[in-house]
Design a protein around this ligand. Structure first.
Ligand code: G6P
Ligand code: ZN
Length: 611
């Protein structure tokens, strides 16, 4: 067995190593500075309890973006030096974020070992390559992102770090080869276990969904399918699951070879960046005469996000989670005993709330119990468009769902930012969402595959609107605006909230078609499980008719600031649920832009992305 020594390397702190919503994200060139990554990794080890480092089993992998392989080798050497017992690495350093969560929770090593945490190397949906972004985040034993107490501690450590430990002489392990390599260090044996990236995840998916019924759907000549991994890590799973397990044609996979720079693209599954898929689904300005597939989906770089499309039809993420929740019990075996509860992030539309109300009482009570715990912090009696009290919403960020899931309060949850998932793991899960939709389609078409008309994605969504009403919804993103200007805009919006009569006067001057603002606040949340309080989670303007404007700053950018504006309007009348959403929302959009003085503050006359 090759022996290694431990070196202590002197270092000095770097500014700005504060982990954001999902870890530390910076340009690759920032990460490539000597000691930059090492400082962050050591600061993380120092923030964890000793048993999560000494003798522990650590997962290290990611979405395969540029610099990942170098980073993995550095982390392996640092883990060895800090007394970690073994490191688990997905083959070629690839593991999707949901697969990491599944590996921590489900995988047992050949010697009975279990994972206790993970470094996930990803900047999610941000572009990759030598001039783009890299990222690193730590996930805990439950498979979910580290809570703020830990990330704050990591940040504090980065400000004072003086040295890090590394096994410099540890030979590089070939992470393209499956197998265990063992070394011997001052504290005993250290193993690097390179394993198949997909098998644990595939096994988990097979235990949740009825693969046979999905296979029947996919093999029906009536049903056509298309999946775009945007050259992210989802490709590694798509081939295994959709083609090998479920029998989809290989030609239904687009951009499914993972690439270090995502093929030069922006691996974010939305209508702007998933251009090829959007065109293939008949939604873009393509002149193609080909009949679009019945179903299309895309993932982001690390495969935790998803976009669901039907033929010439876009499903908003807020509707998607509501529709999954409405059909889960019938269509997905994992949920056959019922849902424990559902949750959404605050800016996500209230479509899920309406489903929650229509489901059984037990389910609704769980939501109410979350509310009661939070009531004391809520100045609002009821958010008008919502049948669920407002504090059943969590702030933006998947980690907030994790606590509810650990406490058995939530089965299905989702975010407007193309994240959907369940308590099978503690991350959102892009491929899970696709399998959930395929399950619903399979269920609705049980009788139709041999004869009769196929119930399409669009049919399912329109039927849902007829039953539950429709939440017209759009999001405007202003990316990479001047950080100072963004702050000023937000401060201005908070200041405006002190006088609703002034707000309503301004609004009436902009457009007489919208109703009055009856409440305005900054969203704040008390976690019902651990009691932690998160303030300043978005500025809300709530209208009498249930419409809503929300403004918040993105927590995931790596340059400047990104302002997100969320616009929502509820329509109960089934005869009015079929309008074009941009057209239906036009008056509210105008109000939002003028009320916030968007152009004045940012100099932007149009958003970068509209979804
Ligand atoms: C990541 C998190 C999501 C969150 C999103 C928000 O993707 O995993 O849970 O919704 O960031 O991003 P934003 O840029 O709006 O802060
Ligand atoms: Zn992601």
């Amino acid at each position: 067995m090759v022996m290694f020594k431990v070196s202590r390397v002197q270092t000095t702190p770097f500014d700005g190593q504060k982990p954001g919503t999902s870890g530390l994200r910076k340009k690759v060139k920032v990460f490539m500075q000597p000691n930059y990554l090492q400082n962050f990794v050591q600061s993380t080890f120092n923030a964890l309890s000793a048993d999560k480092v000494r003798g522990a089993t650590l997962v290290v992998s990611g979405d395969g973006r540029y610099f990942s392989k170098d980073a993995i080798l550095i982390i392996i050497k640092m883990a060895a030096a800090s007394g970690v017992r073994r490191v688990w690495v997905g083959q070629n350093g690839l593991l999707s974020t949901p697969a990491v969560s599944a590996v921590i929770r489900e995988r047992t090593g050949s010697d009975g070992s279990r994972g206790s945490g993970a470094f996930i190397l990803t900047a999610s949906h941000n572009p990759g390559g030598p001039h783009e972004d890299f990222g690193i985040k730590y996930n805990m034993e439950n498979g979910g992102p580290a809570p703020e107490a830990i990330t704050d501690n990591i940040y504090e450590n980065t400000k004072t770090i003086k040295e890090y430990l590394i096994a410099e002489d540890l030979p590089d392990v070939d992470i393209s080869e499956i197998g265990i390599t063992s070394f011997s260090g001052p504290e005993g044996q250290f193993d690097v276990d390179v394993f198949d990236s997909a098998s644990d995840y595939v096994k988990l998916m097979k235990s949740i969904f009825d693969f046979q019924s999905i296979q029947k759907l996919l093999s029906s000549p009536k049903f056509t399918f298309c999946y775009d991994a945007l050259h992210g890590v989802a490709g590694a799973y798509a081939k295994r699951i959709f083609v090998e397990e479920l029998g989809a044609q290989e030609s239904s996979l687009l951009n499914c070879v993972p690439k270090e720079d995502f093929g030069g693209g922006h691996p974010d599954p939305n209508l702007t960046y998933a251009k090829e898929l959007v065109a293939r689904m008949g939604l873009g300005k393509s002149n193609s005469q080909d009949e679009p597939p019945e179903f299309g989906a895309a993932a982001d770089g690390d495969a935790d996000r998803n976009m669901i499309l039907g033929k010439r039809f876009f499903v908003t993420p807020s509707d998607s989670v509501a529709i999954i929740a409405a059909n889960a019990v019938q269509a997905i075996p994992y949920f056959s005993a019922g849902l424990k509860g559902v949750a959404r992030s605050m800016p996500t539309s209230a479509a899920l709330d309406v489903v929650a109300k229509h489901l059984n009482l037990k389910f609704f009570e769980v939501l109410c119990s979350i509310y009661k715990l939070n009531e004391v912090f809520s100045p609002l009696a009821l958010e008008h468009n919502s049948v669920i009290p407002p504090k059943c919403q969590v702030p933006t960020g998947w980690k907030f769902f994790g606590n509810l899931m650990d406490a058995g309060m939530c089965s299905v949850c989702g975010e407007e930012s193309f994240g959907t998932g369940s308590d099978h793991i503690r991350e959102k899960d892009g491929i899970w969402a696709v399998l959930a939709w395929l399950s619903i389609l399979a269920y609705k078409n049980k009788e139709n595959l041999n004869g009769g008309k196929l119930v399409s994605v669009e049919d399912i969504v329109r039927q849902h609107w007829t039953t539950y009403g429709r939440h017209y919804y759009t999001r405007y993103d202003y990316e990479n605006v001047d950080a100072g200007a963004a702050k000023e805009l937000m401060a201005y919006l908070v200041k405006l909230q002190s006088s609703l009569s002034e707000v309503n006067k301004i609004i009436k001057g902009i457009c007489s078609d919208v109703s009055n603002v009856v409440n305005a606040d900054e969203f704040e949340y008390k976690d019902p499980v651990d009691g932690s309080i998160s303030k300043h989670q978005g500025i809300r303007y709530l209208f009498e008719d249930g419409s809503r404007l929300v403004f918040r700053l993105s927590g995931t950018g790596s340059e400047g600031a990104t302002i997100r504006l969320y616009i929502e309007q509820y329509e109960k009348d089934p005869s009015k649920t079929g309008r074009d959403s941009q057209e239906a929302l036009a008056p509210l959009v105008e109000v939002a832009l003028k009320l916030s003085k968007m152009q004045e503050f940012t100099g932007r006359s149009a958003p970068t992305v509209v979804t």
